[in-house]
Structures are given as structure tokens and as C-alpha cells.
Design a protein around this ligand. Structure first.
Ligand code: ZN
Length: 239
């Protein structure tokens, strides 16, 4: 794995508002504590989500962007970017690969965190079609697009964006995790981030308990002991 001291910038690429907060906000908080610069890139505005049916889709998109910015702030992240794809309709595409490759070249991250592109047959929720599309396109953007100066030559020609090699990718939501981060000291901030998505979680009874139970289970699987919490990833070397 990439030595922690060599991780200076992290880019998190997800499909919807709240995905990063379920999958990785605890790990993000710990990176921020160490002075790592973290950027969030969301493919959609989450305009097909929410519990409040009185809003039309554009109202929902604005609300969910605002909630995601608040959630980011709860773990110390201020750089939050949106690509504006339609929630529920994301497919792996050349356009999505170019849009992610552009941000990789702008941010120049050492590590990218994104969705596992394969379907998880043990638990359907992490395998939303948008998640698989974004995870697959993000991996394609990491290799080969962002590092290949001949891929999307307009990025260099028109925007001056030089090729960039991401050294490692961590995948969330897969069925074969092999890296667990002890997020115990950041658990309160992760929960605050999740609870920033008011339109998604405010109506869910026992939400905090549900979250703590879920991430305590990962800690148990990782062998971190009682009263610990963990997030789980599959690590892909891409250097
Ligand atoms: Zn999602």
C-alpha cells in the first residue's frame, strides 16, 4: 500500500450526495486531521432522492448540494464539486471518464476513493447502477485516461491540464474489502456528516444507532476490538 506519509491529496469520486459520508467520511476526517487536502467530486446532485415530495427536482438538487457541502464541512472538506449528471441515469461513458479525468488532472491526487464498480451480491444497496457506473468510469479515468497525454488531448490543449498518475485507489461498497481504517476518533464527525443530509435521514428512526452498529461491525471484522468503528475498502494499486 501507499505509505501514509506519501498521501498529500485525496480525491473522492461518488455518484450521489451522502455516498462519501456512508463510505468514507471517517477516513476523510482522519486525512484532514493530518493536513491532507481532500476534494469531493459528485457525478449527480441526487435530485431523485429525498423524502420531501413537495419539492420539484431542481429544488431537490439545490437542497442536496447544500446538504453535501454542510456534510463536507463537518469533516473539514471545503472543495466540493458537482458534474450535474442526472440521478439514476448515470452510465459508464466517454464523457463521464473525461469529466473525471479533468478533475484528476486539476487536483493531482495521490489517492482516489470511489465506488466498487462490481455488483455486491451480499448487499444490493452499495451496487446502485449509478455507483457502478461512477466507480467504473473513475477507475478508467485513473487508468489510462488521466495519465495518458494522448487521451482527451483537448484537456491539455484547451485547459493546460498535464497528465497525472494516481498511485492508489480505494473502493467502497464491494464484497471483498481488504483494508479497514479505525475511525473511532472520527465517528462523531462521520455521524454529523451523515446527519447533515437532513432530507435523506431526518425521518429515519434510530438512524444514529443504525450507523454505529453498522460501522462497529466492520471494526469487529477488522479485529479492532469492542467500542471501535471502522470503514472498509478494497485497495487497488494504480501507480
Ligand atoms: Zn448513492
Amino acid at each position: 500500500m501507499l505509505p501514509e506519509a506519501e498521501i498529500n491529496r485525496v480525491l473522492v469520486v461518488t455518484a450521489h450526495p451522502d455516498d462519501v459520508d456512508f463510505g468514507a467520511a471517517g477516513s476523510v476526517a482522519l486525512f484532514v486531521d493530518k493536513g491532507v487536502e481532500v476534494t469531493y467530486l459528485l457525478a449527480t446532485d441526487g435530485d431523485a432522492g429525498g423524502n420531501e415530495r413537495t419539492l420539484d427536482n431542481s429544488g431537490m438538487a439545490e437542497l442536496r448540494r447544500t446538504e453535501q457541502r454542510a456534510a463536507a464541512k463537518a469533516v473539514g472538506v471545503t472543495d466540493v464539486r458537482f458534474l450535474g449528471y442526472k440521478d439514476g441515469l448515470v452510465v459508464p461513458s466517454i464523457e463521464l471518464r473525461r469529466d473525471i479525468a479533468r478533475v484528476i488532472r486539476q487536483v493531482r491526487p495521490d489517492l482516489v476513493i470511489t465506488h466498487h464498480p462490481d455488483r455486491n451480491y451480499r448487499n444490493v444497496a452499495p451496487s446502485h447502477p449509478d455507483h457502478r457506473a461512477v466507480g467504473g468510469s473513475a477507475l478508467d479515468a485513473v487508468y489510462p485516461d488521466a495519465r495518458n497525454p494522448y487521451a482527451f488531448p483537448e484537456l491539455l490543449r484547451d485547459e493546460g491540464l498535464e497528465a497525472w498518475t494516481v498511485r492508489e485507489v480505494w473502493l467502497t461498497g464491494g464484497s471483498t474489502p481488504d483494508h479497514w481504517v479505525d475511525i473511532t476518533e472520527a465517528m462523531d464527525r462521520k455521524l454529523a456528516a451523515l446527519q447533515s443530509h437532513v432530507s435523506q435521514v431526518a425521518h429515519v428512526e434510530g438512524f444514529a444507532d443504525f450507523v454505529r452498529t453498522r460501522f462497529a461491525a466492520w471494526a469487529e471484522q477488522a479485529g479492532f476490538g469492542a467500542d471501535h468503528y471502522a470503514e472498509a475498502f478494497q485497495v487497488v494499486p494504480t501507480g
